[in-house]
Design a binder for this molecule. Structure first.
Ligand SMILES: Cc1cc2nc3c(=O)[nH]c(=O)nc-3n(C[C@H](O)[C@H](O)[C@H](O)COP(=O)(O)OP(=O)(O)OC[C@H]3O[C@@H](n4cnc5c(N)ncnc54)[C@H](O)[C@@H]3O)c2cc1C
Length: 447
């Protein structure tokens, strides 16, 4: 289903090419695979630094998860800093916070410099709970220790009473595809070009082979399993969004920290209401849109649903994205993944880190997001859960006639809300006819 952003911004085009056919006869400084927010920002900054860059996109520009975002640009990522301090320590937690704050400023600078008309607005990002305030008090203390300003006033904008609320002032929101349209116009992008294989310096896409000094895999979920082993380091989670008209306007951006918490933000005349998250492949009964519509009717009885859509994101075990060298064994291949539903700031962070790494400049934040790190304490519980899901799904695949995933053979589950087959292990998705929608798989089902 089409997002509000896509309804508003149909056409996003790369720089016009004399003839696409020449692209595979050129040796590129960098090939970026994937034209979502991460891919286009990385390509943009590398090109600005003087590199000759080609972007290869399986589908259309920003046709992946980026068109399904709610596009809050914020360092506030739920109950994050109190968790990170415990699991990975103060230094890494502070780096995470500073990198995200820098990303907000970088967006603002870029948007001002290029005069991009994309409704960039500074806003306060709030966390709220309907049940308790203790976790928010702890999170406030943690955020303050990161140097983030925190307010505790409840502006009373939400259509219910909250038990606790904290806000990070001076965060931002924007219209992501209007922004992307401006950035993509600078770039050489080949659409409808699915990459199926990578070798050092070679990118193989269907019948074409492209050559580059450096390769960046910005395909949302990495498409190469070995080396890197990202399929053992994260799973995917799906969430649903409604764009409503006829609601009271709100100023802040809100994220509910309770299990079934809802998110709210204003987007022009529309209110975006998000929630109903589940692990991809675990929505057998459906009802996600119905649930959100019920909440919309309850809280805004006069509202109309103008658009509805869903998207998914990668959830790394230690709660920190992977940005840097793909593996120890691939010095010229880089990866960007694991955004845990905060990919607007992380796309910017990734673009700046990879620009610096590829240009040979040290980046202060490179170490924190380095994919070769391993935080055992933070990762182990999630790793064990994932292993359990994989064993269950692979075993079921032996005993049912439901289709198996073309990636690693897990049993697919039908998501009635999206009319798609979904893999509970790693999150690949297919249409009812078996056509690939989301990776890590790179193949349709019938192949
Ligand atoms: C419901 C929801 C709400 C969200 N809200 C927010 C928010 O408010 N703020 C925030 O910061 N983040 C938010 N996020 C997260 C954010 O939207 C994502 O992290 C971000 O859009 C991911 O961008 P990406 O470029 O990594 O991935 P994508 O946009 O998916 O781009 C990857 C691209 O790679 C292409 N591709 C894949 N495989 C291949 C291949 N083999 N060959 C060539 N191309 C390929 C795909 O077609 C796609 O275009 C939200 C996520 C969800 C699910």
């Amino acid at each position: 289903m089409e997002s509000l952003w896509r309804k508003q911004t149909k056409e996003i085009r790369g720089r016009a090419q004399e003839a696409d056919v020449k692209l595979d006869r050129t040796t590129w400084d960098v090939i970026v695979i994937g034209a979502g927010m991460a891919g286009i920002l990385t390509a943009f900054y590398l090109q600005e630094a003087g590199k000759k860059v080609l972007v290869l996109e399986a589908d259309r520009i920003c046709g992946g998860q980026t068109e399904g975002t709610t596009a809050k640009i914020t360092s506030q990522h739920g109950i994050k800093y109190s968790t990170l301090i415990k699991s990975v320590g103060m230094e890494a937690a502070r780096g995470y916070a500073l990198a995200n704050e820098k990303a907000i400023r970088e967006y603002e600078k870029l948007i001002k410099n290029r005069e991009i008309d994309c409704q960039f607005e500074r806003r306060t990002a709030y966390l709220y709970s309907l049940r308790e305030k203790n976790s928010l008090v702890v999170e406030k203390r943690a955020a303050l220790s990161m140097g983030i300003d925190v307010v505790t006033e409840d502006k009373g904008e939400l259509p219910f009473q909250v038990k606790g609320v904290i806000g990070f002032p001076n965060q931002a929101q924007f219209s992501p595809l209007k922004f992307a349209r401006n950035i993509a116009a600078e770039l050489t992008i080949l659409e409808n070009c699915r990459v199926t294989e990578l070798k050092e310096h070679l990118v193989i896409a269907e019948k074409k082979v492209f050559t580059a000094e450096k390769i960046v895999v910005a395909t949302h979920y990495p498409i190469m399993d070995i080396p890197g082993f990202y399929f053992l380091r994260q799973h995917q989670s799906r969430s649903y969004v409604l764009a409503l008209s006829g609601c009271k306007r709100i100023e802040g951006m809100y994220y509910g920290v309770d299990r079934e918490g809802l998110s709210f933000r204003q987007a022009g005349d529309h209110l975006l209401l998000g929630g109903a998250s589940h692990r991809t492949g675990e929505n057998k009964k459906g009802g996600a849109y119905e649930y959100l519509e019920e909440m919309a009717r309850k809280y805004y009885p006069n509202c109309q649903v103008e658009a509805k859509w869903s998207a998914q994101d990668c959830m790394p075990h230690d709660g920190i994205p992977f940005i840097g060298k793909y593996s120890f064994f691939t010095p010229n291949i880089y990866v960007i993944t694991g955004f845990q539903k905060w990919g607007m700031t992380f796309s910017m962070i990734a673009a700046l880190i990879l620009r610096d790494e590829i240009m040979g400049t040290e980046n202060t934040f490179g170490k924190i997001f380095n994919p070769q790190r391993f935080h055992l304490k933070a990762s182990l519980p999630h790793l064990l859960t994932d292993v359990g899901v994989n064993i269950k799904s692979l075993t079921k695949a032996l005993f049912t006639d439901k289709p198996s995933c073309a990636h690693l053979g897990c049993k697919l589950e039908w998501n009635p809300d999206e009319q798609s087959w979904e893999c509970p292990c790693h999150g690949s998705r297919y249409t009812g006819e078996g056509k690939l929608v989301d990776n890590p798989s790179v193949k349709d089902l019938e192949e």
